[in-house]
Design a protein around this ligand. Structure first.
Ligand code: ATP
Length: 291
């Protein structure tokens, strides 16, 4: 039996550079892993892939990204035998936190270990990119600049180790809708990626957090004002940075003080309808081990 964690991510910077021939968008994003994780427990079985998911409503069949990742690696390596995967889901779904990609990454690591396949990180990333653009980052974790459609990674120095409050409002945001709306109404202003990266390399976290920005935030926020409301609440509660992750709708607040973060999480639970998680940023070495 093998147990592997798949970690959530937030986007500290998210810029869209253009549309590609293949229908995807060319993006540049700085992603950061969080300690919030799903746990996958894998056991060998005679044949086939079966799933148990502790969340009603989340598909427990070949549509699940963990299933697809396991199937791809097992096919690629000619594995005889099957696997049962139990997913203990903690990452909110369809939230902008890449929970599905986290599970796909954990399934790749888990099957690789369970069947002693010896596949390298590079090989797992190559397969992961076929499942989803965020899977390579979910495999490697830490702090990274992702370009292309999000699958080309450059590791960055660990941004910081700080508490994070996640607040997911009870609204659904479709990622394709967010990108379509962006295309229909692209902004004139883009985040200053070069300055952000310079500050990160210099260890100037305050400057990084000041420059953190997500071009999809105004799009989602216009349709769902609750996003702006949560950002304002988290900032009023002491967050040094409060912004939306991915295409949303989850809002994250980064705090410099653990007690402030805990108080802010409690305030969000009491005063809003948000699904709230108190977590913290997570470095690459822990994510790479998968536990
Ligand atoms: P991203 O940040 O990459 O856009 P997300 O956080 O918005 O991702 P996910 O939670 O990864 O969204 O899932 C989006 C959809 O993928 C879900 O609505 C669900 O139907 C499907 N899905 C398939 N497998 C999984 C999984 N293991 N966990 C979560 N969702 C899954």
């Amino acid at each position: 039996m093998v147990a592997v964690n798949g970690y959530a991510k937030i986007n500290l910077l998210l810029d869209i550079l253009g549309q590609r021939e293949d229908g995807y968008h060319e993006i540049a994003t700085v992603m950061q892993s969080l300690a919030l994780a799903d746990t996958l427990t894998l056991t060998k079985q005679e044949s086939g892939i079966t799933l148990t998911v502790d969340l009603p409503g989340l598909e427990a069949d070949e549509r699940n990204l963990a299933y697809r990742a396991a199937a791809l690696l097992m096919r690629e390596c000619g594995v005889r035998g099957g696997v049962h995967i139990r997913i203990d889901k903690r990452i909110p779904i369809a939230a902008g936190l890449a929970g599905g990609s986290a599970d796909a990454a954990a399934a790749l690591r888990g099957v690789n270990e369970l069947y002693a396949l010896g596949q390298s990180d590079a090989e797992l990333c190559r397969l992961g990119a076929q499942i989803g653009s965020d899977v390579p980052f979910s495999l490697m974790g830490g702090t990274a600049l992702a370009t292309g459609r999000g699958e080309v990674l450059e590791h960055l120095p660990a941004a910081f180790d700080l508490p994070v409050v996640l607040a997911k409002p009870p609204v659904a945001v479709s990622t394709p809708w967010a990108y379509r709306s962006y295309d229909a109404n692209p902004p004139t202003q883009h985040p200053d990626r070069a300055a952000f990266l310079r500050a990160l390399h210099a260890g100037d976290i305050a400057a990084c957090l000041r420059m953190a920005a997500n071009v999809l935030e105004p799009i989602t926020e216009a349709a769902h004002p609750v996003v702006g409301d949560y950002r304002a609440r988290l900032r009023a509660a002491g967050a040094v940075c409060a912004m939306m992750s991915g295409s949303g709708p989850t809002v994250f607040g980064i705090f410099t003080d653990a007690d402030d973060a805990a108080r802010a999480a409690e305030m969000m639970r009491q005063e809003t309808d948000a699904d709230v998680h108190l977590t913290h940023t997570m470095g690459r070495s822990a994510v790479g081990r998968g536990i």
